[in-house]
Design a binder for this molecule. Structure first.
Ligand code: NAI
Length: 213
């Protein structure tokens, strides 16, 4: 199957495969059948075979999957072997948490700069990265050519800032700001994160369960 026709749902499941295979590797397991993998992951064996067949299928009949090889291949498909340069805008509560607790490098990114407009935060450090004045953003982008911006600013600031960032050459956003991008540039990629959505799904499942009881 051509890579550009792989469904978004399959792509969304790949990080979970990657994570699971990492856990199995850490437990010293070297190979696994699609049935065993499906039982551990709560998916059907045919779902797993279908998903992995989208990329040419890595298993061998009667052997199953070699965990390290499969994880490596999924990592390559996810682009984790490439180092994308990321900057983070908004060094407040969320920005600090993301910059301090996420292992960007494990996921194919290197955090190379953090920006804010609050004089109290400028020149403070988060994980050895100095928070720079947002006024230096254009110069920094010209010099270091970051690929991605992580937006941890309020929605009200995101419109103007994202336009500036695009004009400075940023072509991908990890957007926590709740701002709805309306993109005219087809090459710009946005991955929106709304933690609240996940909480609302939990709420839905709680309501469903409670109504059944
Ligand atoms: P915060 O107020 O602690 O941090 C925001 C930071 O952005 C501040 O340091 C502020 O100085 C900076 N900032 C504001 N305008 C700026 C500009 N034009 N240029 C540079 N820096 C600027 O807020 P917090 O708690 O970190 O949340 C940030 C945003 O993320 C909020 O809008 C919040 O609604 C959103 N959020 C989103 C979540 C999600 O799941 N997507 C979860 C939690 C928060």
């Amino acid at each position: 199957m051509a890579k550009d026709s792989i469904s978004k749902l399959v792509i969304r499941r790949l990080p979970r495969y990657y994570r699971f295979l990492g856990d199995l590797d850490a437990m010293g397991i070297t190979k696994i059948s699609s049935r065993e993998l499906s039982e551990r992951m709560g998916l059907t064996a045919s779902q797993i075979r279908q998903d992995l067949n989208c990329f040419g299928g890595f298993g061998q009949q009667g052997y199953g999957y070699n965990i390290l090889d499969l994880r490596h291949e999924i990592g390559k498909i996810l682009g984790l072997n490439v180092e994308n340069k990321a900057i983070l805008i908004g060094a407040g509560n969320l920005g600090k948490a993301i910059a301090s607790h996420l292992n960007f490098e494990k996921m194919g990114f290197k955090l190379i700069g953090i920006f804010d407009n609050d004089p109290q935060l400028i020149d403070t450090k988060i994980m050895d990265i100095k928070v720079s004045d947002i006024k230096n953003l254009e110069m920094f982008c010209e010099k270091h050519k970051p690929d991605v911006a992580v937006l941890c600013i309020p929605k009200s600031a995101a419109n103007l800032l994202s336009e500036k960032l695009i004009s400075y050459g940023i072509s991908a956003f990890w957007n926590f700001s709740h701002y709805d991008f309306r993109l005219s540039n087809q090459d710009v990629i946005v991955e929106n994160v709304h933690l609240g959505d996940s909480l609302m799904v939990l709420s839905y499942n709680l309501r469903e369960r409670n109504e059944k009881q």
